[in-house]
Design a protein around this ligand. Structure first.
Ligand code: ZN
Length: 256
């Protein structure tokens, strides 16, 4: 059996990560991949980094993972930068070195030989940290996608795009089930390319505060996206206890 949990944008939210970890074991996942932004915003960067590192799974670099190691001062808003400066002080040289060693994109091969791509933001300019929000944005991705399936994160909003041979199309119907049922699944069609946003574990921004992650079952040719309840109050308390910006605690409750 080859069933991989696809987790993205953990953002140092250990309460959310723990809940997702329990869920992915309950869902009988055999493997894990991580789409980056392990740190930033929330109160447990070291714990989340160690957890992902101990899984020894494929991981790609996110913009927060890069920023904490190589501050650019340009790209981030004030709140994000405050959290980033705090985060940098929480991580020792060895952990920073691990973050800096991450690649921008990777090909993952599952146990049954199915290959797919993982990237944090986009395939045409992975280091530019573009946000792929709609089908127009996604149209520039597909000429650079050489596998049928690519998973990404970065916007913190779960989405499914596919290539119809001429342009990208957004699959609203499959995602809409996620908002009614907290769960959706689909079978990718042979010959079509898909660019799939797995949502965010640690800071969802689609007005649903529950943690979000995806599962790719390559035996069943099945992709699942689902939500997981977690202890938001404790994650908020930890943010405030560390003196991080209050807004970072508030936004967790509303999922923005
Ligand atoms: Zn992020």
């Amino acid at each position: 059996m080859s069933r991989t949990a696809i987790i993205s944008d953990i953002h140092a939210n250990y309460h959310a990560l723990s809940a997702v970890a329990a869920d992915m074991y309950a869902m009988q996942c055999t493997d894990i991949v991580c789409l980056g932004d392990v740190v930033g915003y929330n109160a447990y960067p070291g714990e989340c980094l160690d957890c992902v590192r101990n899984w020894n799974c494929p991981v790609v670099k996110g913009n927060h993972d890069e920023e904490v190691v190589s501050p650019s001062q340009a790209r981030m808003n004030k709140v994000a930068r405050q959290a980033m400066d705090w985060t940098r002080n929480q991580l020792d040289a060895e952990r920073l070195k691990w973050l800096s060693s991450l690649q921008y994109q990777r090909i993952v091969r599952s146990d049954n030989g199915v290959s797919y791509t993982i990237v944090h933001s986009s395939l045409d300019h992975p280091k530019a940290w573009n946000y792929i929000i709609n089908a127009d944005d996604a149209t520039s991705i597909f000429p650079r996608q050489f596998s049928n399936i690519c998973f990404h994160g970065h916007t913190h909003v779960p989405k499914i795009f596919f290539w119809n041979g001429r342009h990208a199309v957004e699959d609203y119907d499959t995602i809409s089930a996620l908002y009614t049922d907290g769960y959706t699944e689909f079978q990718p069609q042979t010959g079509l390319k898909y660019f799939i946003n797995a949502g965010s574990v640690g800071q969802p921004r689609d007005n649903d505060p529950r943690a979000c992650y995806a599962i790719y079952d390559t035996d069943l040719n099945l992709i699942i996206i689902k939500r997981v309840e977690y202890d938001i109050g404790s994650a908020q308390d930890a943010i405030l206890a560390q003196g991080l910006p209050e807004y970072l605690a508030e936004r967790l409750a509303s999922g923005v």
